[in-house]
Design a protein around this ligand. Structure first.
Ligand code: AMP
Length: 232
């Protein structure tokens, strides 16, 4: 099936979108969710939501996130398990930012089994470190709708305001350079082994995430459509 064709509703398997910070997981997960009409589950967004509401979990997570470290596995797994149990996840879902450790990947296997759901497709976005730094240090977010911009890109560079809501753009606290370094290190140490954990299964693909967002989406759609067709 090509990108222009009408996609099937739902997915045969959940999708795990992986890649280092700045690889474009959030942007691509939203596009996948829209195309396959399944929910986008971002653990980072869930934590930011808790931080914004000032919950107990939010207070705990904020301290960890501001240092660029990982929230403990049991906390993340419990949050994901609760979300996956909601009825809108029955037709599949896109996981963005989870699992980030091998222990989380093992827990995900167990909770998918318990829910009677199949093993996930695992799609890894590859981007070189120079481009990652540029994307992360330049990233700004709309305060109202969460749209993502980059100060290095036109036309935002000139105005530094959200094109949709015309509001001020803000920088994520963890997009400061010293925290970015920590996050990239956490990815190397804890998350890179998750790719190896999944590699043995015939359900993993590594794709180039350095192109324009539309080109990356098309590659993701093509891969999923091809493999979903194979599984029918
Ligand atoms: P993200 O928006 O995915 O970059 O996540 C932002 C921050 O939230 C991370 O740097 C972690 O501190 C925390 N976080 C998000 N997902 C996870 C996860 N699966 N495991 C541990 N910490 C996480």
């Amino acid at each position: 099936m090509t990108g222009a064709a009408q996609p099937a509703r739902g997915l045969h398997r959940p999708v795990v979108l992986m890649g280092p910070p700045g690889a474009g997981k959030g942007t691509q997960a939203k596009k996948l969710a829209a195309r396959y009409q399944v929910p986008h589950l971002s653990t980072g967004d869930m934590f930011r939501h808790h931080v914004g509401r000032g919950t107990e979990l939010g207070r705990r997570a904020k301290q960890i996130m501001d240092r660029g470290e990982l929230v403990p596995d049991d906390v993340v797994v419990a949050m994901v398990e609760q979300r996956i149990a909601e009825p809108d996840c029955a037709q599949g879902f896109i996981l963005d930012g989870f699992p980030r450790t091998v222990a989380q990947a093992e827990s995900l296997d167990a909770l998918l089994r318990r829910a009677g759901l199949p093993e996930p497709w695992v799609l890894v976005l590859r981007v070189d470190s120079g481009l990652l730094l540029r994307r992360l240090t330049g990233r700004r977010m709309c305060k109202i709708g969460g749209e993502i911009y980059n100060v290095y890109d036109r036309p935002v560079a000139a105005a530094d305001r959200c094109l949709q809501h015309e509001c001020e753009l803000v920088q994520r606290a963890d997009d400061r350079e010293e925290v970015i370094r920590e996050r990239l290190a956490a990815y190397q140490v804890h998350t890179q082994p998750v790719i190896e954990f999944y590699r043995g299964r015939n359900l993993l693909a590594e794709l180039d995430g350095s192109g324009a967002p539309e080109a990356v989406s098309q590659a993701l759609f093509d891969w999923i459509d091809r493999n979903e067709d194979r599984g029918r």
